[in-house]
Design a protein around this ligand. Structure first.
Ligand SMILES: Nc1nc2c(ncn2[C@@H]2O[C@H](COP(=O)(O)OP(=O)(O)O)[C@@H](O)[C@H]2O)c(=O)[nH]1
Ligand SMILES: [Mg+2]
Length: 344
């Protein structure tokens, strides 16, 4: 499946590495081949998000923030009936599907007609890689429509759908007492979900507070990377690699420019990285700056999805990930760069 030039490249890289002082597994070339093959296969796969939450809470805005593009229309719907709307997109050549559920968590005339909606969902939604339950942080109760939405979701799929879900709180900067409200609201929503799943599943659902109008939450921390991390680690194995591929060109950009100890992996759009290096003070929504802990969490998930990478140790990533990614190029090269960035 690999073309000749890629094969040659891997041979050369493996030789170089073996000649260098780095202690590197001799099977590194094999791992790389396996990785490239896996990514090639994933290129035609897609990841599917299902968005649940009242109209206007910020579902579309949050997905757009995460994916770095205006993928979903913001502030457009005023649902009068329950509907399932699927939007197909392509990001860096990788397909993604965003399923919106207007009415699901809303006060609408049709409310109470759960059977019909469950049927509609079952007919239209074949697979979910990540379920988003989105709600505002600056509201204290779980309202009746949200409870109804949680119930419909649990029945339409099975309660185990919540094993691949995140709770997202929007408008974090509108909260009066951020940390207290975050803890309290998380507890309440998990309790509501637990009615269908039991505590075991519900208490593991991560909650992420975001604010689509700001880089940070009231504690001064950046939320985008936390959202990325939780979305990635909760995603089905099927969706994880396509998601990584779709976002790879935005991983490690700012880190590599700011931290001279790490190799500069400018294997993506050159002019773009050039611009960034020139104007480093400007916040760019496309920049991810992961913490050590977030990198560690993502690494665990990557190894879960591609177990062969477990033996590609720390030093390897820092030494070779960038150059290999750069040499291979394209979305596969960018993804390899990202993977080794997280592994290092
Ligand atoms: N202040 C603030 N406004 C937000 C936030 N998220 C979304 N909005 C605004 O809320 C409105 C509805 O957002 P939208 O993403 O369309 O909500 P959706 O109906 O759940 O998809 C828009 O005017 C957004 O700009 C947020 O985190 N903070
Ligand atoms: Mg929307």
């Amino acid at each position: 499946m690999l073309n000749e030039s890629t094969k040659k490249l891997i041979e050369e890289l493996t030789k170089k590495l073996e000649a260098s002082k780095e202690s590197i597994s001799s099977s590194f070339g094999e791992i790389l081949v396996l990785l490239i093959e896996k990514l090639q296969l994933s290129q035609d796969k897609e990841f599917v998000f299902l968005l649940a939450g009242r109209t206007g809470v910020g579902k579309s805005s949050t997905v757009n923030s995460l994916l770095g593009q205006q993928i979903a229309t913001v502030g457009k719907y005023d649902p009068t009936t329950m509907d399932v709307q699927e939007y197909e997109h392509e990001i860096n050549g990788v397909k993604c599907s965003i399923i919106d559920t207007p009415g699901l968590c809303d006060e609408i005339p049709e409310k109470g007609n759960n059977e019909k909606y469950i049927e509609l969902i079952q007919r239209q939604v074949k697979q979910i890689d990540l379920l988003w339950f989105v709600t505002r942080l600056d509201e204290s109760r779980v309202d009746g429509s949200e409870k109804q939405g949680i119930q419909i979701i649990s029945e339409a799929f099975t309660p185990t759908v919540w094993e691949h879900s995140v709770i997202v709180f929007t408008r974090a900067n509108n909260a009066d007492d951020y940390l207290e409200e975050l803890a309290e609201r998380t507890k309440r929503i998990r309790n509501e979900i637990a009615k269908h799943t039991g505590n075991e599943i519900a208490n593991k659902i991560p909650a992420v507070a975001v604010d689509n109008k700001s880089q940070t939450t009231p504690d001064g921390k950046r939320w985008l990377e936390e959202l990325y991390t939780q979305v990635f680690i909760r995603m089905t194995e099927r969706g994880a690699i396509p998601f990584l591929m779709a976002t790879a060109s935005r991983i490690n950009k700012s880190q590599s420019n700011k931290n001279s100890k790490e190799p500069n992996w400018n294997f993506y759009n050159k002019s773009e990285s050039q611009n960034e290096a020139d104007s480093e003070s400007e916040f760019n929504v496309n920049d991810f700056i992961f913490t050590k802990f977030q990198k560690e969490e993502i690494k665990k998930k990557i190894i879960e999805v591609i177990p062969a990478l477990a033996i590609a140790g720390a030093g390897v990533g820092a030494t070779i990930g960038g150059p290999v990614g750069a040499a291979i190029g394209g979305v596969i090269g960018a993804t390899i760069g990202s993977i080794f960035y997280f592994l290092s």
